[in-house]
Design a protein around this ligand. Structure first.
Ligand code: ASP
Ligand code: MG
Length: 468
């Protein structure tokens, strides 16, 4: 079998033109003899709008909530009307859209009366985005000659009841996928389902967390043992650096799962870190591809990357961070001190990115946020505390960094003109990170890129693009 899961993000289904491009890509795979299962996100920005509608309702602003819903209804209706010319299917689809928005409006009105938005209701409200997009996309595919069939993801992707971040139940998903999807695929049909949305065993709607459509793609790919999972987005793949900062950034042709996961954490915006897991477990390659540039071969993410001549694959940056310095002489030779510090971070629900310690001080980095003064006040009970914002974390990713001599010297000499605040290499063999001022970040990336990607290995990087 040559089953491929093709996941298309919000920008790949954002309007009739994007959906038509997406259809052509899927039709191309079918023509090659592939058996696609298509997973789509909600149309771009729809999830955000639904969450705004929910927030307005919760505050009792029924009018604002229904206005957002009316605009969304309009957008979905227009998209459907432009794509579907066959009168019978057009009427059927528009009726479906109206029914969904009627029921969404009911929920929003109810919420405006009870004024309490639970995670469960939030999941129900956002689920409309993918329920609608998958139906519209399936209808558009059919119109263009693909034997597409819409499948409600909530019948396949079964999770626990942790609303807004539900945990998939692998065995059940496998069972449902083989019972409900395989027969369709074997008949030559192309199932089209929404990503991100799921249901618990009782059939109550859940979601996998924001950006969760990639996760759905990987879950379905894993359950069906697909030969590949394609993540179609609007960039050419994983790059050696952000091309807006570094114009001679190159596409990375192949990268390991671990390296990609490190990068995903930095919001490389290319894929959701959790995408990695179900695919890794089954050794299924993941391809990141561009639906606006389908000819580009993208980035292939595999369990083991081939050997690379140069140490690093990509330079990622995370901005808007703060450094918190905790200095206490009573820390000297005591145990349990770190625990106390982390308990305070936990209390403020503040995730720590990087930690470095000396005998009497600890420096930690966190996302800059409004809780910092309160957090610092609590830490102040234990020690002297200082915090400073506008910091950036630079993360150099590549396999086998530890196995090479002189890496740190090369990295820091490339940025010797920049003040480095914290350094971490840690247990990971594939990540070397350090903290600098946010204002120095772009310059640091350019200097590092110039130092490490001067003579890129053509098996790993798309050097053709640089030559042409
Ligand atoms: N539509 C969802 C979101 O915006 C899921 C996704 O696009 O992956 O978070
Ligand atoms: Mg996404």
């Amino acid at each position: 079998m040559s089953l491929v899961v093709m996941k298309f993000g919000g920008t790949s289904v954002e309007d009739p033109a994007a959906i038509t491009r997406t259809a052509a890509i899927v039709a191309g795979r079918v023509a090659l003899g592939k058996q696609p299962v298509v997973v789509v996100s909600a149309m771009a920005k729809v999830t955000d709008s639904l969450l705004r509608a929910a927030a307005a309702s919760e505050k009792g602003d029924r009018v604002a909530a229904l206005e957002i819903s009316a605009q969304l209804r309009q957008r979905h209706r227009e998209t459907a009307a432009q794509l579907i010319k066959n009168p019978a299917s057009s009427t059927e689809l528009i009726e479906f859209i109206d029914q969904k928005f009627d029921s969404l409006d009911e929920v929003l009105r109810g919420l405006a009366a009870i004024l309490e938005l639970t995670p469960r209701i939030s999941d129900l409200i956002v689920s409309y985005g993918e329920r609608l997009s998958s139906r519209i996309v399936a209808a558009a595919f059919a119109e263009l000659g693909i034997r597409a069939i819409a499948v409600d993801a909530r019948e396949i992707v079964i999770t626990d009841s942790t609303f807004q971040k539900a945990v998939p139940q692998d065995a059940l998903i496998e069972k449902r996928a083989s019972e409900n999807l395989l027969p369709l695929i074997n008949q030559g049909q192309v199932p089209v389902m929404g990503g991100f949305i799921a249901a618990n065993e009782a059939g109550i709607t859940t979601t996998l967390g924001r950006g969760g459509s990639d996760f759905t793609g990987a879950l379905i790919g894993g359950a069906l043992e697909a030969e590949a999972i394609e993540i179609w987005t609007d960039v050419d793949g994983i790059m050696t650096a952000d091309p807006r900062v570094c114009p001679d950034a190159l596409r990375v042709k192949i990268i390991s799962f671990e390296e990609a996961a490190e990068l995903a954490y930095f919001g490389a915006k290319v894929l959701h870190p959790a995408t990695i897991l179900p695919a890794v477990k089954k050794n299924i390659p993941v391809l990141v591809l561009n639906s606006r540039n389908a000819a580009c071969e993208g980035t292939r993410i595999t369990s083991l990357a081939p050997h690379c001549r140069s140490p690093f694959k990509s330079i990622a940056v995370k901005k808007r961070l703060s450094i918190i310095d905790v200095v206490a002489s009573r820390m000297l030779m005591t145990h349990g001190y770190m625990k106390e510090i982390f308990t305070i971070f936990d209390k403020h629900k503040c995730a720590v990115d990087m930690v470095s310690t000396s005998e009497v001080s600890v420096s930690l980095t966190v996302d800059s946020n409004d809780n910092l003064p309160a957090l610092a006040a609590d830490l102040g009970q234990l020690a002297d505390v200082k915090y400073e914002g506008r910091k950036a974390l630079i993360c150099m990713v590549g396999d086998d960094i530890r196995g090479r001599n002189g890496m740190a010297a090369q990295v820091f000499s490339a940025i010797r003109h920049i003040n480095v605040r914290m350094i971490s290499q840690g247990a990971s063999e594939i990540n070397m990170s350090f903290m600098i001022d946010e204002d120095d970040a772009d310059e640091a990336v350019r200097s590092l890129h110039a130092a490490f990607f001067q003579d890129p290995d053509p098996t790993i990087f798309d050097v053709e693009a640089r030559r042409s």
